[in-house]
Structures are given as C-alpha cells and as structure tokens.
Design a protein around this ligand. Structure first.
Ligand code: UDP
Ligand code: MG
Length: 160
C-alpha cells in the first residue's frame, strides 16, 4: 500500500527557470512567473541578477562548440536576468512544455515562447532539460541560503 502510494506521487523534482535579459527589458517578468505560479508549482528561489561571463559560460558549457555560443554569452550577460528555482512532481518536463520549443516560431501558441517571442536568439526564458541539470543549475545560480523550503497553503487543493 505505502510503496504504491509513494510511486503514484512521483519524484519531487527541482528545475532552474530564468527570465533572460530580453524578458526583463520587455517587462515580461510578472507574466512569465505567473505561468508557473498558476500551474501550481512551488517557488523556492527568486532573484534579479547580473550574470557574470564565467557563470554564463559554465551554465551553457555543453554548447561551447556551437557557432552561436559567443553571441549566446553576450545575450545572457547583456542585462539582468531573473533566476528562479521551482519545485514539484514532474516540474522539469512540465516547465519545458509551458516554455515551448527553442525556436519561438515553432513553439505552440499558449506556450511562453509561442506567445511572447519570435527569435531563437531572443527566446525570453530558460528551463532545465533534466532533473539532474535542474539540480546542477540551481546549485550554480543560487547560494544554499537563497533556497527556501515552505509548504504552500494551496497544497491540499493541488494534489489529493
Ligand atoms: N540558441 C541560439 N541559437 C541556436 C540554438 C540555441 O541562440 O541555434 C540559444 C537560445 O537562447 C537557446 C539557448 O541557446 O535557448 C540554449 O539552447 P538549447 O538548445 O539548450 O535550447 P533550450 O533548452 O533553451 O530550449
Ligand atoms: Mg537547453
């Protein structure tokens, strides 16, 4: 009974979500936060932050060999970003769905990129692509004391 119950709940995951500099400059911070908030995920970390070059390079290290890498680093460091940690069962894949395809012209209407952006190089938001990267990226962008554990009052109204 108990193992079945635990399995049906699924793994609690963490994901790193970031409003990129274009999202901040275009006044989309509240809109983007509210997509995740309304869905029912739990915010555990939040800050406005000017990203240094070395952090941007570490965050995107898997893309180092790509031709667009220098422009990507310039873009991410071009102004403040909003760093967020979100938690929940299935939050990593669900956040990727809410965000939409990398190319905003391919992203479905209703997704953040599908609704709010037009170009891959200005696609307003980042989301971790796996639970492992979620943990890695939160550790990269946040100090431990910036992550808060709390129980939202709505918890029993989100999951039976
Ligand atoms: N990017 C770009 N040109 C490309 C592919 C990616 O400028 O041809 C940028 C874009 O900002 C993208 C980021 O690099 O969001 C990371 O690329 P990835 O393939 O990981 O896409 P994501 O996971 O953000 O959808
Ligand atoms: Mg990615």
């Amino acid at each position: 009974f108990l193992p079945h119950l635990i399995a049906s709940l699924g793994e609690i995951e963490q994901t790193y979500i970031m409003v990129k500099p274009d999202g901040v400059q275009r006044g989309l911070v509240g809109e983007i936060i509210s997509r995740f908030e309304k869905k029912g995920f739990k915010l555990t970390g939040l800050k406005l932050f000017q990203c240094p070059k070395d952090l941007a390079e570490e965050h995107y290290k898997d893309l180092k060999a790509k031709p667009f890498f220098p422009k990507l680093i310039d873009y991410i460091t071009s102004g403040p970003v909003v760093c967020m940690a979100w938690e929940g069962v299935g939050v990593v894949a669900s956040a990727r769905k809410l965000i939409g395809s990398t190319d905003p012209l391919q992203a479905e209407p209703g997704t953040i990129r599908g609704d709010l952006a037009v170009q891959t190089g200005r696609n307003v938001v980042h989301g971790s692509d796996s639970p492992e990267n979620g943990k890695r990226e939160i550790a990269l962008w946040f100090n431990e004391n910036e992550i808060n554990q709390w129980t939202p009052a709505q918890a029993p109204w989100l999951r039976e």
